[in-house]
Write a protein of this length. Sequence first.
Length: 158
Amino acid sequence: MQQLVKQGELQKLSGGVYYSPQTTAFGNVPPEDAALVRAFLKDDHFYIASLNSYNALGVGTTQLYNEKLVYNYRRDGQHTLNGCHFYFLKRPRFPAESTQEFLIVDLVNNIHLLDEDKERLLRNVAEKARSMDQAQLMKTVDLYAGSRARSFFEKLFF
């Protein structure tokens, strides 16, 4: 393996994880995030999210983040793969695709990770949540909310 890395045939991503770079006229093409995570976890069951996705909700988030969240069944913690920062979160359930309801629940779950005015943000989230389909939102809360997020939404609607 070391010889192949020295020859440039393989590149090391992390302990025990290597990839064969694809070359174009502009240089090596890095592997896709999903391929990196799949190799790192040795599993296909994960969901990659970005804290930047919360900006689309229109609740006042403005920061841009380099780190991606990886919901999975196996690992927790921060890891750097091929220069990209991933925050692995071990969860019993996560969606296959993002919805607006999941994003708003996920924002409240992860508010501690955001460099924003949290009180203002929670007021804006409450206003946004009241304009959404309450039944669908509470179904999403039941599936994906942590205890603080569950409490927040229950106080909001009950």
